[in-house]
Design a protein around this ligand. Sequence first.
Ligand code: XMP
Length: 317
Amino acid sequence: DWTSDVFIDATIAELKEKLGDDKVVMGLSGGVDSSVAATLIHRAIGDNLTCVFVDNGLLRKNEYEEVLDSYKHLGLNVIGVDAKQRFYDSLAGKTDPEDKRKAIGNTFIEVFDDEAHKIQGVKWLGQGTIYPDVIESVSVNGPSATIKSHHNVGGLPDFMKLKVVEPLNTLFKDGVREVGRALQIPENIIGRHPFPGPGLAIRILGDITPEKVATLQEVDHIFIQGLKDDQLYDEVWQAGAILLPVQSVGVMGDERTYEKVVALRAVASVDGMTADWVHLPYEFLGKISNEIINKVKGVNRVVYDISSKPPATIEWE
Ligand code: XMP
């Protein structure tokens, strides 16, 4: 019979055996998988694990500070890297969704490789890979295949030559959450909605500027906080806001306005492969729409996305 306690004890023993006195480096995303994997490795080898958490300037409002704080409370040896400007520079003028993804992926590799170089004698790369990722990466378009293809020319970055340790690669998401709760990782990490690696960049249609990111962070924060306040957050698999490259006419007092439109999206799903739009209560949507238009400068219209996947995807880019 599988229990999280048995899994935790067996995994820590295995990690101790495998890693000995070796050093491990690992990138954290703020998500469930990497947080649980890092906590397990930390239980096994303590401060021989160095974690790297990168602020790519595309996270949710206050997310970088809050998550870094949670990691420190967990006792993890974590280096926070403010790389916002590097990411914004790499994205400047790019509008194609795949170009944006590539720029972000490559910049992440550069930033992470710089940090990994600072650790003397590191031998292993820790990863939060879970079982469904293992299956996915068998396909040619799997995430690891994509990362590597960009780096074949000049050789792989040094951290990719490290041996890989993946303590969660036999678990599904539910199992990861159970293990995380047993490890007393806070609920703000365990219960959080999935969030894409490229972050808000694929929810800002068109080119990325720090101003657009700031606008979308405010909108997203009102929506997510509203879901939490009304006990709707846990009913939804994933939610977020999208900043559209569209202006529409509105009226404020007796002034005509011509400002941005945002879309709200909330979906129910099991694994992200298919998804249904969630029938959020009209009263809730009305309240959130008013709050966004009243509080966020530059936005005068809110729409709700009622498309399911397929044929629409969860993200707009
Ligand atoms: P789609 O939009 O394909 O999204 O229906 C399915 C799930 O995957 C997430 N997603 C990504 N995650 N890098 C990621 O790490 C990406 O480029 C990416 N694109 C989509 C999305 O948020 C949803 O959970």
